[in-house]
Design a protein around this ligand. Structure first.
Ligand code: SF4
Ligand code: SF4
Ligand code: SF4
Ligand code: FES
Length: 981
């Protein structure tokens, strides 16, 4: 710590801290138009000029040093600030009263007030450009753009999509997309970073336009007239009077615009933000304070919320009668559910019923669902969709380090020396997390290795891209481990202190030589040695993996191999290192954590542990079943065998997302009684006997747990749509009709019970999670959490990790002469899973209307396929018809099909083979035959899809180019030009 003086008052600062941060912390108000703490100094606006030791400097780009004397309001500083701001106003018309951005947080408006500028010495000059409305979600108005460059910085260096730049050398600079394309045809992924950081109305969400203000919906001609009047009276009245009027209008907005914190309902990254609403209209999503994401979102979190107000929402319970559904009252539907459950339990025993929880719903709801299954019905037949994706990763970690969660935070991934991504299309499946890797790679020279079948964005960016043969990651991972051990490139100290089982593990590696791996995986030995050396030399290694690893018949073993590799190289127990299985759904981690599993009560407490059971039994006042129940995969088998008669499932599209969908559908149609609870009439509802209308995340309170074990609260944005109910209330109602006496009035009461029964969450309370606060489990009773999972010991009785020996397993469903192509599948950035929510966003549909199958250029040439050609894919299990997209993301005889389709779901083609330990389907092991159909349609991806754009990477906003303009002069006298990194 050092001391500096600000306007005569001594302040503490950290050595090297930005002056502007010190000044802001001291509560001294100075103008700072282009500065945003999450972007760092951009230095385009010059409004933050202060005197430091007698010299005028930009406060954002100058660092504090001992004894520095800073004057923020000296004559020189004030004149420079005003001059800088005058120049900004020459690019911007102040029509605040009729501006949708007049919400109290407009930087231009507030700076105008702060500096008390009454008149505009440099007149406004318009630019020869039109507004650009070609993106479905936002528009750019060059006339209002002050060229601060925040958007460029965010796009280039935070999102790292590298779409935006400013043509500083042009007589009329403006923001450019792909160097001069329309927004709609550019590489813009509609993540919204640029809009979220724009300090004025130049970039705005279309959902705000005409909706945010009281006068902003007026016809354009009327608005122009009003703006002209304002401009006309400004010379006489000055800005002060005009701003008073707009301030009054802004205050009026406060009475009708609500800002509510929520957590994203899509992927497991766990972005949180404020959502602005006016009645049931979503004005915008405003990310800023989220502990994981800050200003970041992806297109789904920022713009993918239309589904909440979709006309398709279910609002009445439905009962199947005579092969058709009819509407019913809640009373009738719930009465029927309770009666049938009781009948079937009486006839066939509790284990003839099964329960499937939702990874989209809250922790509290998963807890209640498993409590219903166990305490009310008396069965452990309870699972959630982590069975479809994450269970093998959890297993790999259980075997080696003890807990089934990410070993650190996204911040650790950012700080790693080397990130190794295996079987994860991170930029599309976990977009905001990927931005942190892209940023560290671009700005901090973090090393990146990617192993994947497809050359997706992260693979293109990688320092080393491995394309092993399908299903062989376990081989090269084990060979690299073997090589590291053989060559003394491991952390002997860490192994000696923290790890058991080295000798046995070493023996198991004997078959995994580099040569064997090279032959099996199709990777050169030299490349594998490079991987080993990069791992050994890195200051810290984080391994990220997802469904490309887990959805294999050896998914648990490959996950184990990853953790083994991290252990021998000492990449646990420190920041910037560790194992990161990337959780798919927003609450897939939480659903498992809170007991929606056949073998675990909440907090991974085993159902066969008498001590655990007795704790729950005395709280719930029941006897609990003690043997493991059926998992999702076993449930389908049990239906086919006639053992399982009834199922209650909520928020889960099982008939499309489970593998071998035809087999699953046949099973569901054989159930005696099937209850589906959802917000839409999903494909799975077609098999139901009763459909119950539920509420999405924006209509309820509760908590979600993200991939980094982060528990966060979501607050209710809207009342439940009339006729629908939050899932926790429906489950409670069913429990009551089955004889339970639950009395939860609010999800916080449910959490109190969870915390009292579950050591992992002992200190979790709603108060500790208030607003944007969060906790990363385990949470001790005093509220201490653990961002870094292993600090003092591993989660085994002796505190030591365990190396787990592995052997080779062959992938299933291999290609042969008939089924000669390998079919891979996964997510797309724009659509979540089958698209039940995202297809209801008009903008997303416009950009990405349908699914497709990716075909390599070589295969396309061989078979006469072009983008748009219809093809029929046939596997050993089913058939789909789909349009081809020719792309070099895939190669050779490998196809890729995203899962965003209800009509042609890829899972009609996948098998019932599973990972032998967890029963996670081997989705990624599928072989198909491709038949070219005679029809050729449009390309399945329109030209306006971002994949056709041409990014323009550069180093941020490149303000030095602005400084070189002949018309640029630093404001104030005798200024020092600051050079920055
Ligand atoms: S990708 Fe598009 S939405 Fe995202 S920051 Fe860049 S220009 Fe803005
Ligand atoms: S569009 Fe970009 S450069 Fe223009 S004002 Fe907004 S953030 Fe600044
Ligand atoms: S990255 Fe995931 S959590 Fe974040 S906004 Fe996108 S979908 Fe939501
Ligand atoms: S805030 Fe420092 S130059 Fe803009």
């Amino acid at each position: 710590m050092i001391r500096v003086t600000i306007d005569g008052v001594v302040q503490e600062a950290m050595s090297g801290e930005r002056l502007i941060d010190v000044i802001n912390r001291a509560g001294v108000k100075i103008s700072q138009v282009c500065y945003h703490p999450q972007l760092g100094p951009i230095q385009t606006c010059d409004t933050c000029m202060v005197e430091a030791n007698g010299q005028l400097v930009r406060a954002c780009a100058t660092t504090a040093s001992t004894g520095m004397e800073i004057l923020t309001k000296s004559e020189k500083a004030a004149a420079a600030q005003r001059e800088a701001f005058d120049r900004i106003l020459s690019n911007h018309v102040l029509y605040c009263t009729v501006c949708d951005n007049n919400n109290g947080n407009c930087t231009i408006h507030n700076t105008e007030k702060l500096l008390g500028i009454e008149h505009q010495p440099i007149p406004y000059h318009s630019k020869p450009y039109e507004e650009d409305h070609t993106n479905p979600f936002y528009r750019y108005d060059p006339q209002q753009c002050i060229l601060c460059g925040r958007c460029v910085e965010a796009c280039q260096n935070v999102q790292v999509n590298e779409t935006l730049s400013i043509n500083w050398e042009d007589p009329h600079p403006r923001v450019l997309w792909d160097g001069g394309s329309t927004i709609g045809e550019s590489s813009c992924v509609s993540c919204g970073h640029c809009i979220s950081v724009c300090p004025c109305n130049a970039l705005m969400e279309k959902s705000m336009l005409g909706h945010a203000g009281f006068f902003t919906a007026l016809p354009k001609t009327t608005l122009s007239g009003m703006i002209d009047v304002v401009k006309g009276i400004e010379p006489e009245t000055g800005y002060g009077a005009i701003l008073k009027l707009s301030d009054a209008e802004s205050h009026m907005r406060e009475s009708r615009t609500r800002r509510t914190k929520t957590v994203c309902t899509y992927c497991g990254v766990g972005c949180s933000f404020n959502i602005w609403t006016k009645d049931r209209h979503i004005l915008k999503v405003e990310p800023l304070d989220g502990p994981t994401n800050g200003i970041s979102t992806c297109v789904k979190g920022k713009f993918g919320w239309d589904f909440v107000n979709s006309a398709d929402r279910l609002t009445k319970p439905l009962i199947r009668e005579g092969g058709k559904f009819r509407e019913a009252s809640w009373d009738e539907a719930l009465g029927l559910v309770a009666r049938k459950f009781l009948e079937l339990k009486a006839e066939n025993g509790p284990d003839s019923l099964a329960f499937v929880s939702s990874s989209k719903c809250t922790n509290e709801e998963s807890y209640l669902m498993q409590k219903l299954a166990r305490a009310v019905i008396g069965t452990n037949n309870m699972d959630n969709c982590s069975r479809y994706c994450q269970a093998p990763a959890t297993q790999g970690l259980f075997r080696t380090v003890g807990y089934g969660g990410d070993s650190g935070s996204i911040r650790d991934i950012e700080n790693a020396g080397l990130v190794l991504i295996i079987g994860s299309n991170t930029a599309e499946s976990h977009p905001v997390l990927a931005t942190r890797v892209k940023r560290a790679h671009k700005l901090r020279r973090q090393k990146l290795i990617v192993s994947d079948l497809r050359e997706h964005e992260m693979a293109k960016r990688a320092d080393l891209f491995l394309r092993p043969k399908p299903g062989t990651d376990i081989v090269w991972l084990s060979a690299v481990s073997n090589y590291l051990l053989d060559n003394g490139m491991v952390s002997t100290e860490f192994l000696a202190k923290w790890v058991n089982g080295l000798e046995e593990y070493k023996k198991s590696l004997a078959p995994f030589t580099m040569e064997f791996a090279s032959r099996t995986c199709g990777l050169p030995v030299d490349i594998l040695k490079d991987v080993a050396h990069m791992i050994a030399e890195a200051s810290g290694v984080c391994i990220l993996w997802a469904m490309g690893v887990t959805q294999h018949s050896m998914g648990s073993d490959t996950s184990t191999a990853i953790s083994n590799l991290l252990l021998i190289t000492g990449n646990y127990m420190k920041t910037g290192a560790g194992a990161y299985p990337l959780r798919g759904h927003n609450n897939v981690q939480g659903a498992s954590d809170h007991g929606a599993m056949p073998n675990f009560l909440p907090g991974y407490q085993s159902v066969d542990d008498p001590e655990v059971r007795s704790r729950f039994e005395s709280c719930w006042n029941v006897q609990l079943p003690s043997t493991k129940g059926l998992d999702n995969h076993e449930m389908v088998e049990a239906i086919h065998q006639g053992k399982l008669k009834a199922m209650y499932l909520f928020g889960e599209e099982m008939s499309l997302v489970d593998s071998n969908a035809n087999f699953v559908g046949d099973g569901l149609s054989k159930l005696d009684f099937f209850v589906v609870q959802d917000i839409f009439f999903s494909a799975t509802c077609r098999f139901a006997d009763v459909v119950l209308p539920a509420s999405p995340s924006l209509e309820k309170e509760g908590t979600f747990t993200s991939t980094e074990r982060r528990i966060q609260r979501l607050y209710q944005v809207f009342e439940p749509l009339e006729g629908s109910r939050p899932d926790w209330q429906i489950i409670q109602e069913i429990a009551s009709r089955l004889g339970a006496t639950w009395q939860y009035q609010h999800p916080s009461e449910i959490y109190r019970e969870i915390a009292s029964l579950t050591p992992l969450f002992a200190g979790v309370t709603y108060e500790r999670l208030e607003g944007f606060k969060s906790l990363q489990w385990p949470v001790r009773a005093d509220g201490t959490d653990q961002p870094l999972l292993y600090t003092k010991e591993f989660a085994f009785p002796d505190g030591k990790a365990r190396l787990f020996p592995l052997s080779l397993t062959e992938p299933t469903d291999q290609p042969n002469a008939e089924f000669d192509l390998h079919l891979n599948n996964g997510r797309l950035l724009e659509h979540f899973h089958e698209g039940n929510m995202t297809y209801r966003s008009e903008g997303i549909r416009e950009k990405t209307p349908d699914t497709f199958v990716e075909v390599s250029p070589e295969l396309a040439e061989e078979r006469g396929i072009q983008s748009g050609t219809w093809v029929q894919l046939t596997s050993r299990y089913g058939q789909v018809r789909v349009r081809a997209l020719v792309t070099d993301r895939v190669h050779g005889k490998q196809l890729y099909m995203p899962m965003n389709s209800v009509e042609s779901p890829v899972n009609r083609l996948t098998s019932s083979y599973t990972d032998s330990v967890t029963h996670t389907p081997a989705y990624k092991e599928a072989s198909v035959h491709l038949r070219v159909l005679p029809e050729v349609g449009e390309s399945p991806l329109p030209r306006i899809n971002y994949r056709f754009g041409h990014p323009t990477p550069q180093h941020g906003v490149e303000v030095e180019r602005k400084w070189k303009r002949p018309d640029y002069r630093m404001p104030g006298n005798g200024l020092v030009q600051i050079q920055t990194n």
